[in-house]
Design a binder for this molecule. Structure first.
Ligand SMILES: NC(=O)c1ccc[n+]([C@@H]2O[C@H](COP(=O)([O-])OP(=O)(O)OC[C@H]3O[C@@H](n4cnc5c(N)ncnc54)[C@H](OP(=O)(O)O)[C@@H]3O)[C@@H](O)[C@H]2O)c1
Length: 230
């Protein structure tokens, strides 16, 4: 039986590369899309299962995760890649802006992490991989993207809680912290930047896959800063 991961944001820039990367390493992948309209991004592959849900919908997301666990109890981990970004300083960040980023960056991860963790706790093993952001760690980088930084910072706290509760199990919650990911959208938004300074989605996918290896099993409380030269 193939090893299996579930990936959210699978039709996004990082998610697409990560899905293909894990497939190329022989994993079965449950790719969670925002809509089945995005399925054409994926070629047919017997190891690939495509599903769609609005990850801000707690009940629908829990049902999807629980169904996957029942069908595939070999599930080893979840990559929580769905998220997004918004500019805005503290003075322009009202409740609506804050809630929008909280839902997009925190709830989309929390709604998968909670039922997945519940299962991993019973199984005694599991990997949860979150994507944080440097502005959540560094106030000087976050001050002009306040809601984004605040919403991402909760992912670090959630990972800490999972790790604190899992000390005696083979369960880890990792926060990957990219600088700027080398995506088509970022290249279009910042055409004068030196793209070679950024971190490629392939590098991030490689690090995420390593987290599932035997040599990574001794890692505890990992926060991995994948900044490259940016
Ligand atoms: N890009 C960067 O430089 C950078 C830097 C640091 C951290 N990050 C983080 O890394 C992650 C991946 O970034 P990316 O550049 O690959 O972003 P992306 O291309 O925008 O992909 C994000 C994915 O999340 C999906 N998504 C958003 N809300 C959803 C919802 N409610 N239900 C289901 N799916 C939902 C999006 O679906 P749609 O396609 O339908 O919108 C998209 O597929 C994000 O968490 C981002 O915040 C990115």
């Amino acid at each position: 039986m193939n090893r299996r991961v579930l990936i959210t944001g699978a039709n996004g820039a990082l998610g697409l590369v990560a899905s293909h990367y894990f497939l190329s390493k022989g994993y079965a992948v449950t790719a969670v899309l925002s809509s089945m309209d995005k399925r054409s991004l994926f070629p047919e592959n017997p190891l690939l299962e495509l599903l769609a849900v609005d990850l801000t919908d707690e009940a629908a997301t829990a049902a999807l995760v629980e169904t996957q666990i029942n069908l595939h109890p070999e599930l080893e981990g979840v990559l929580l890649l769905a998220g997004g970004f918004a500019m805005g300083s503290l003075s322009t960040t009202d409740d609506a802006a804050l809630l929008q980023q909280y839902k997009l960056n925190f709830l989309t991860a929390y709604h998968v992490a909670r039922p997945a963790y519940h299962y991993f706790e019973k199984a005694g093993r599991g990997r949860l991989v979150f994507v944080g952001a440097r502005p959540a760690l560094l106030a000087s980088a976050g001050k002009d993207m306040s809601a984004y930084a605040l919403s991402k910072s909760l992912l670090f706290r959630l990972a800490e809680q999972i790790n604190a509760a899992s000390k005696k199990h083979d369960i880890t919650a990792t926060v990957i912290v990219p600088s700027t990911i080398d995506t088509a959208a970022n290249r279009q938004a910042m055409p004068d930047a030196n793209f070679a300074d950024w971190v490629s989605p392939e590098h991030i996918a490689g690090v995420m896959e390593w987290l599932f290896s035997a040599s990574a099993s001794v890692l505890r409380e990992p926060v991995l800063k994948l900044y490259n030269k940016a």
